[in-house]
Write a protein that binds this ligand. Structure first.
Ligand code: 5MM
Length: 330
């Protein structure tokens, strides 16, 4: 096998190898600012750096995390000891990943829907990120979900962009995390989420294949199949886990080495419980996690910008990452 292809495959496999997961700490500055303000921290580039430094230097992080996804700003920052962030990732034993999309923007003629942007100049950006040590990348399509949405238009344009991104990423020797997220903040039930997720996955994989993406060199980061947060009928953890594994088994090609779920706003313990319930079911790919909020929310609240609570924040992160690594093994 060609060396380039072999490296993509082995990196993708390393990202999802049991029991570790991927820490999503790639909030764009705007999102991060809102989260910092919520816990009373003045949102500055230094505060965003300090917060990411706390997460990344958590002792023993590499025992339960294989990689960390970073925003462009973080990737370019130095830690307080002068190390670059990619260097610090190497020292910590976690693969550095970079979020390369530039965000979800309103989609023309589709009220309430978005298309994720960031393709302009992406080949050159990938060349630069590869030189600076990025092992993997991430692009997220955010799709509203209700009885009518996502529209065919929103699914097609976002799948097209995911395909273009993934091909450029692999061309640069960087493993693409492909993240088609159906949002869970509606009143849809489990069956509607299952039906829409199946459709989105079909279109996304059609686009990846059409654009020459090597499916053995990607990691898929989908939503779990859950009912919307406002749905009156909430399924049990076991029902959601069974629906998720069933839909993915029917719509995700077996060549994909692993699936690393997003948490989507689920409470941390619930996301972990879903992961544990899925681990007991049989699936053709690794089932892992790439949570953002479900890993970092407790740490952010405990730290709240206080240097004296740095270690407490790290301990809170450690609890959640280890719990999810343990869930994978259950
Ligand atoms: C960490 O948040 C990521 C970036 O968000 P913005 O670009 O909107 O600021 C986000 O893509 C995240 O990686 C995924 O949604 C998974 O995070 P959750 O919290 O859903 O597990």
């Amino acid at each position: 096998m060609h060396e380039h292809t072999e490296r993509l495959h082995s990196t993708a496999q390393a990202m999802v190898a049991p029991p570790r997961g991927i820490l999503a700490a790639d909030e764009s500055p705007g999102t991060m600012n809102k989260r910092l303000e919520k816990v009373g921290v003045e949102p500055t580039p230094e505060a965003r750096r300090d917060y990411r430094e706390m997460l990344l230097t958590t002792p023993g992080l590499s025992e339960s995390a294989s990689g960390i996804i970073l925003a462009d700003e973080t990737f370019n920052q130095e830690l307080s000891d002068g190390r670059t962030v990619p260097e610090a990732c190497k020292d910590a034993g976690v693969l550095p990943g970079i979020k390369v999309d530039t965000g979800a923007k309103p989609l023309a003629f589709s009220p309430g829907e978005t298309v994720t942007e960031g393709l302009d100049g992406l080949r050159d950006r990938f060349t630069d990120y590869a030189k600076r040590g990025a092992a993997f990348a991430k692009w997220r399509a955010a799709l509203a979900l209700d009885a009518e949405l996502p529209s065919e238009r929103a699914v097609l344009v976002n799948a097209h962009a995911l395909g273009r991104y993934a091909a450029l990423s692999q061309e640069a020797g960087i493993v693409p995390i492909v993240e088609p997220e159906l949002l869970m903040d509606g009143d849809h039930d489990l069956d509607r989420c299952a039906e829409a997720t199946a459709y989105v996955l079909d279109v996304v994989f059609m686009s990846l294949v059409a654009q020459g993406v090597d499916l053995a060199g990607i990691v898929l980061k989908p939503n779990m199949i859950v009912a919307g947060a406002k749905c009156a009928t909430q399924p049990s953890v076991e029902e959601a886990a069974a629906a998720t594994v069933r839909v993915l088994s029917e719509h995700v090609p077996k060549e994909v080495p692993g699936i690393a779920f997003l948490s989507g706003g689920q409470p941390p313990e619930q996301a972990t419980a879903h992961l544990a319930a899925m681990a007991s079911l049989s699936a053709p790919w690794e089932l892992s996690f790439s949570f953002g909020r479900a890993l970092v929310d407790p740490a952010l609240k405990v730290w709240a910008g206080d240097p004296d609570r740095w270690k407490d924040g790290q301990a809170a992160l450690d609890v959640r990452v280890r719990a999810n690594a343990a869930a994978r093994a259950s």
